[in-house]
Design a protein around this ligand. Structure first.
Ligand SMILES: C[S@@+](CC[C@H](N)C(=O)[O-])C[C@H]1O[C@@H](n2cnc3c(N)ncnc32)[C@H](O)[C@@H]1O
Length: 394
């Protein structure tokens, strides 16, 4: 991870502008860690400052990590030059080409559905990794639209760079957890195919992409003639996924062992060398969709709601909060304050089984303003309502 180490806490005169970057404000926790809010064009992100053994480490915040990472590395570069007399160490390498590729084909999870054309074949690949399949398929089928969701930033940067080099105009990439993103899609967003090839099985089972929530939501976004294709080398993943699908969903299934595939991914190459068996499930839900209008959740705060939250959190000592119902979690894990009294609260919220980490910013100026961007999910909205109804000083 790129980072800088200083001998003193860095004190930039906020707001500080350099080129397209504005260092807006710095927020401090009681344990003297800090979050520096930076804007690059219309992208907002944090740099973190952590104190360890009288040294101050400045890093890119993981929760707001921007793509390509070159944007945040450039912000570190500005800090480094600003405070160069106090710099003890840095590991900043020059941005590689893929780290500075600001691609129009990287789209946000919130606007993803607006890019899906009605009258075209649309394919969604989840966890594309090195991207061999999505890039190959998009090169061979120029009339089809491909959407790829991936959590791993270096894989995303690599694929975006390949999209530019190959001059592809039919592939869009979304960064994030596919399990959350597909839940936030309107039910009339429809794909011809959802591809999940070699999802990670060696993690804990609760982190598997294919789970009960995923299956329920996937069947809402597959066309009547469409299907989901799971390909895996993990027998437990195969059998558990098939069991859950058959228990929860409609349609019919085809299951294969060692069926050849046109594009052999990096993972598959490794398993073939080890003579492992490979399994496929093709699931055709056949129009088991329910009608549902777009879930237009509103995560805004009125000034009096922002003021109430401000009063709730601005007490002298921050006490973490954890609230949970059967399905929803809201946890306030840390509080940061700026010198002019604004707050940042580190939250973990939404679906209890895979909650999202996010920051709530409460600005204290002539009136109170509060904002954050949770995923557009029913469970985020329930957590949002819990947050608004928090009693004071508990
Ligand atoms: C084992 S790799 C397989 C990559 C590729 N499909 C292949 O066949 O080579 C699994 C990929 O899924 C991604 N991944 C894991 N969980 C995910 C999630 N919840 N949403 C999106 N991508 C995810 C990982 O970052 C990783 O790149």
């Amino acid at each position: 991870m790129p980072h800088l180490i200083f001998s003193v806490p860095i004190e930039i005169p906020y707001p500080y502008c350099e080129g397209d970057y504005t260092f807006l404000e710095c927020f401090f926790s009681e344990s003297h860690n800090a979050l520096m809010l930076v804007r690059y064009k219309d992208i907002y992100f944090f740099l973190t400052i952590q104190k360890k053994d009288r040294k101050f480490f400045v890093k890119i915040d993981k929760k707001t990590r921007v793509v390509p990472v070159g944007i945040a590395k450039k912000a570190l570069e500005i800090c480094k030059n600003f405070y160069k007399d106090f710099l003890l160490h840095d590991n900043l390498s020059k941005n590689t080409l893929k780290q500075q590729n600001e691609s129009p084909y990287l789209i946000s999870a919130d606007t993803f559905y607006t890019y899906i054309p009605d009258q075209k074949t649309c394919i969604l690949e989840i966890g594309f990794g090195s991207g061999r399949k999505i890039l190959n398929d998009a090169s061979n089928h120029k009339d089809t639209f491909f959407f790829g969701i991936e959590t791993h930033t270096p894989s995303i940067e690599q694929v975006l760079r390949q999209i530019t080099l190959k001059k592809l105009k039919n592939v869009y990439i979304i960064k994030g957890d596919a399990r959350l993103i597909i839940q936030s899609l309107p039910y009339n967003t429809l794909f011809d195919k959802i591809i999940v090839h070699f999802p990670i099985p060696w993690d804990k089972q609760h982190r598997w992409v294919i789970n009960e929530h995923f299956i329920t939501h996937a069947q809402q976004i597959i066309k009547d003639s469409g299907y989901l294709h799971l390909r895996t080398d993990d027998f437990l993943y195969l059998t558990e996924s098939l069991k859950s699908m058959m228990y929860l969903a409609q349609g019919y299934w085809e299951v294969f062992k060692n069926k050849p595939e046109d594009t052999i991914s990096k993972y598959e190459t490794r398993w073939i060398k080890q003579h492992k068996d490979i399994y496929d499930i093709f699931w055709y839900p056949q129009g088991a969709r329910e009608d549902n209008e777009y879930k237009n959740y509103n995560f805004n705060f009125l000034p009096h709601e922002a003021k109430k939250l401000y009063e709730r959190f601005s007490c002298e000592h921050f006490m973490p909060i954890k609230k949970m119902t059967d399905s929803v979690l809201l946890s306030a894990k840390a509080l940061y304050r700026s010198k002019n009294g604004s707050l940042v609260i580190a939250l973990c919220m939404g679906n209890k089984y895979y909650p999202q980490n996010t920051y709530l910013i409460i600005i204290h100026d002539e009136e109170f303003r509060a904002f954050y961007c949770p995923a557009l999910l029913a469970t985020s909205y329930q957590a949002h309502c819990m947050l608004k109804s928090l009693e004071e000083n508990i």
